[in-house]
Design a protein around this ligand. Structure first.
Ligand SMILES: [Zn+2]
Length: 77
């Protein structure tokens, strides 16, 4: 009894946020809609463009770093 109210308070604190992430594979900007909680993916995120799956538990920083690394270098021929 009374525990339900307490649980609701916890839910508000731990709410998931939706973040649009650039896909690490095809680099589609905002291609992956991810549920993020405490900087970590709370659910698998799937790229709308290529179907790439970011697994649950992936850290956002990791994804953003990968996306930066993936920028193609200019090739001078
Ligand atoms: Zn993709």
């Amino acid at each position: 009894m009374g525990k339900i109210e307490f649980a609701n308070c916890q839910d508000v604190r731990n709410q998931k946020k939706i973040r649009e992430l650039d896909c690490p594979r095809c680099h589609e900007p905002g291609g992956i809609e991810a549920f993020v909680k405490d900087g970590i993916l709370a659910e698998d995120g799937v790229c709308d463009n290529c179907g790439y799956i970011l697994p649950e538990g992936t850290e956002l920083e990791e994804v953003e770093y990968e996306a930066l690394k993936g920028i193609p270098e200019k090739l001078e021929l």
